[in-house]
Design a protein around this ligand. Structure first.
Ligand SMILES: [Mn+2]
Length: 426
């Protein structure tokens, strides 16, 4: 299914007057306060977030999985789904593949299909957290950190293979997330596990083309519950430094213990030029994979405030690779992703409204009250008309969710793909 321009125009027309009234009011107010509204709209339009190929079907827990009808059952259909998201939101212009779940069979055809949806390939993900069919070695006790050399070599070889696949698709970064760790005290020697991981990553790093990045993700627990080898940003940062200039830390919002100050981590990494990638989601307890902004929207805003400051002031940091890393257990995955994309744009827009100059002054004068006022003045601004305008400027929908529902997208997908189609992945 493809949404046509005339379908979008027809639906947009119905709320255009309402949108214009709200936008004009906000734009006027922002301009009077010294904001460059056109510049903000341009930044919002340019902010594209990758959708991972595994997030288009129903996720599950170890207790069960409740399927969604009309799920994409192959890579082509997944790209079509991202095409739908991008057509509506104009902010989902990239796909992040997971190998071996989504190995293309015909590279040229896949690239053409993505191109027809105006979607590019972003960071590719390796998988050494599951045993693959016919694999000689098992990752049950770790991959890059394993005490057995043959297992480490197999895991390194897989990553090198993933780089080759990504290279054929024209993308430029490899994301490594390891499930390695231990479940019980004494099971693993921390130093051996960390040293093995560093040595393995260095071999993978050597296989990276010159213009590629290695993004190292961290996670404090799960699937191992006593320890994980790359447990926090500091460990990832240390490994990235050990590998070299092309290696970076990747921050996943869900990969922190409750109350971790993620905006401070973001600031530290950007100051050191080492924030390479970012995974969006939301959580209450841990890696809950909930819709972005559904639980802690103010925390998301504060994180974006740190990201905006870093993007404007830290030339030493590359432009990060953005991705939504979420799972959809009870919502239609496409509706969930639309909500996440909206929440990301909203937090970004609000962060762009922070009066950085006044904030710096207030910080220097130790005016704590003013600092909070400045942040919250931006946060309390209803920026939704800006998001609507940014989407409209690129030919998207004023209201992606309403449009998705009024076009009965899911019903169309069920008609095309059937009721029982199941997406590959988790
Ligand atoms: Mn992630």
């Amino acid at each position: 299914m493809r949404i046509t321009k005339s379908q979008l125009d027809d639906i947009n027309k119905k709320s255009e007057a309402h949108h214009r009234e709200h936008f004009d009011f906000l734009a006027d107010r922002l301009a009077k306060n010294g904001h460059d509204v056109e510049g903000i709209l341009k930044k919002l339009s340019d902010f594209q977030v990758a959708i991972p190929s595994w997030a288009l079907g129903a996720g599950g827990t170890r207790f069960g999985r409740f399927g969604f009808q009309g799920e994409p059952s192959n890579l082509e259909q997944k790209i079509d789904d991202i095409g739908i998201l991008h057509t509506l939101t104009q902010t989902a212009g990239a796909i992040s593949l997971h190998i071996p779940w989504d190995v293309p069979t015909d590279y040229k055809a896949i690239k053409e299909l993505a191109n027809s949806h105006d979607v590019i390939f972003d960071a590719v993900n390796s998988n050494t957290f599951q045993d693959q069919k016919d694999a000689k070695e098992s990752y049950k006790f770790g991959s890059l950190s394993n005490t057995k050399k043959a297992v480490r070599e197999q895991a390194v070889e897989h990553n090198v293979e993933v780089i080759k696949i990504g290279d054929k698709l024209g993308l430029k970064s490899l994301t490594v997330w390891l499930a390695d760790g231990s479940n019980f005290p004494g099971q693993s020697n921390f130093q051996t596990a960390l040293q093995n991981t560093e040595d393995s990553l260095k071999v993978i790093y050597k296989a990276l083309p010159d213009d590629w990045k290695l993004l190292i993700e961290y996670k404090p627990y799960e699937p191992n519950f006593y320890s994980t080898v790359i447990q926090d940003w500091g460990t990832s940062f240390m490994l990235a430094n050990a590998c070299g200039d092309k290696a970076y830390t990747l921050v996943d919002l869900g990969h922190h213990l409750p109350n971790t100050n993620i905006e401070q981590i973001v600031s530290t990494l950007m100051l050191k030029g080492k924030l390479g990638g970012f995974h969006f989601n939301d959580s209450k307890y841990g890696d809950d994979d909930l819709t972005v902004g559904s639980v802690k929207p103010y925390a998301l805003f504060l994180i974006f405030n740190a990201l905006v400051f870093g993007m404007e002031n830290n030339q030493q940091n590359p432009y990060p690779a953005w991705m939504i890393d979420a799972s959809h257990n009870i919502k239609d995955p496409l509706e969930d992703l639309i909500q996440s994309l909206e929440a990301i744009q909203e937090a970004y827009a609000k962060a762009l409204l922070v009066d950085q100059k006044s904030l710096t002054e207030a910080q220097q004068n130790h005016d704590v009250v003013k600092c909070q006022e400045l942040l919250q003045d931006a946060y309390r601004t209803d920026v939704r008309p800006l998001l609507e305008k940014a989407r409209l400027n690129r030919g998207g929908a004023i209201s992606p969710i309403k449009t998705y529902r009024s076009l009965k997208v899911r019903k169309n997908l069920i008609n095309e793909r059937g009721t029982y189609s199941v997406a590959t992945g988790l």
